[in-house]
Design a protein around this ligand. Structure first.
Ligand code: AHG
Ligand code: MN
Ligand code: MN
Length: 337
């Protein structure tokens, strides 16, 4: 029988790759994995809402039902609080940072930024949703951790990952030494290594963008979309358009099959919609580690200055060659490729 590596075993084995590691990062990743399993259980029950009661109602066991994004937020925060390895959680769902100032945690070395439920508009329709996390080392020496500990560039991430609650549930993460994917085996309740050393195809035939906003897109983006739609056998065009509306799910598919995901800025929202700290930096780290590329159209996402917690950025992310071509369209208004 082939040996199955669980997430827990894999993390401990890989710990040896980090000379400075004393097990804190491994324990932090383990805590995130446990919270993911709890959230997964609730996501799987989302379709039973008519039986169990909707958000705001009290269910048959006398428990108050919560919206899943609120529930996911609470689960991840409480796992990180009780784990003791993290001194600040920054969540897309909370306006301010959450300082964990228990005796154990206030000297903890790590900061976690999290989008607890990504694609929340898809919950009610049984379409994949996700969780995105990003881990930084604390910069300040002692005393309570500071907001500046969170506002670090994406290049400073020590680990990042996502969980996709899909037809199966997967956890994909990187610590800067490649990307590995684990599928949850519900029969044993363990994430098992199913996608070792994930590599993104250099190019692909999928483009993912909310084309309903076409009229508001910058000219370069409009021209790139037209380029994707033109027939050209040599480059396998026209490409397929695939857009789920959960960034995690769209990127996960493109990571495996090859493709590009774009959420551009528009005249009314020059910074686009997606958040640098909770969505773009962690996903850019993973995609780069898998051999892909992520930019805001001008600069590498991971090099962007982080000025505020809920900062947004346009993003072009995916297979390297596709992102390079999209960027060329942004820089020239009349590219012929
Ligand atoms: P969230 O549910 O965390 O707010 O994120 C939703 C994001 C992202 O997952 C998705 O790609 C994008 O919003 C979809 O936005 P549009 O509906 O504007 O296309
Ligand atoms: Mn999101
Ligand atoms: Mn969210």
């Amino acid at each position: 029988m082939p040996k199955v590596a669980t997430l827990g075993q894999f993390i401990i084995e890989k710990q040896a790759d980090f000379p400075y590691a004393k097990g804190e990062l491994s324990r932090l990743l383990r805590d995130i994995g446990i919270a993911a399993k709890i959230v997964n259980r609730e996501v799987n029950k989302a379709g039973l809402v008519d039986i169990l009661g909707a958000a705001g109602q009290t269910n048959i066991q006398g428990e108050r039902q919560q919206k899943l994004d609120v529930y996911a937020n609470e689960q991840f925060i409480s796992a990180l609080q009780s784990g003791g390895e993290c001194c600040i959680v920054a969540s897309e769902e909370n306006e301010d940072i959450i300082l964990i100032d228990s005796e154990v945690s206030k000297s903890a070395k790590y900061i976690v930024a999290i989008d607890p439920l990504d694609g929340s508009s898809n919950i009610d329709v049984n379409v994949p949703v996700g969780t995105i996390f990003s881990i930084y080392r604390r910069k300040s020496a002692d005393g309570p951790a500071l907001i500046s500990d969170v506002l670090q560039k994406g290049t400073q991430q020590v680990a990042a990952g996502y969980i996709i609650y899909g037809s199966s549930t997967m956890l994909v993460y990187t610590t800067g030494c490649g990307v590995n994917g684990f599928t949850l085996d519900p029969s044993i309740g363990e994430f098992c290594l199913s996608h070792p050393e994930m590599k993104m195809p250099k190019t692909g035939t999928i483009y993912s963008i909310n084309e309903g906003n076409y009229i508001h897109f910058p000219d370069g983006v409009k021209q790139y979309i037209k380029y994707c739609q033109v027939e050209d056998k040599a480059t396998n065009r026209p490409y397929s358009s695939r857009y789920i509306g959960s960034m995690v799910a769209d990127l996960h598919r493109n990571l495996i099959k090859g493709g590009i995901f774009i959420y551009p800025g528009t005249a009314s929202a020059p910074k686009g919609k997606l958040r640098l700290v909770y969505e773009c930096n962690p996903l850019a780290f993973i995609i780069e580690q898998a051999g892909g590329k992520a930019t805001d159209g001008e600069s590498r996402i991971l090099d962007l200055e982080v000025i505020e917690l809920h900062q947004r950025t346009p993003i072009f992310i995916g297979s390297k060659e596709m992102v390079l071509i999209a960027e060329a369209f942004l820089h020239e208004t009349s590219v012929t490729l």
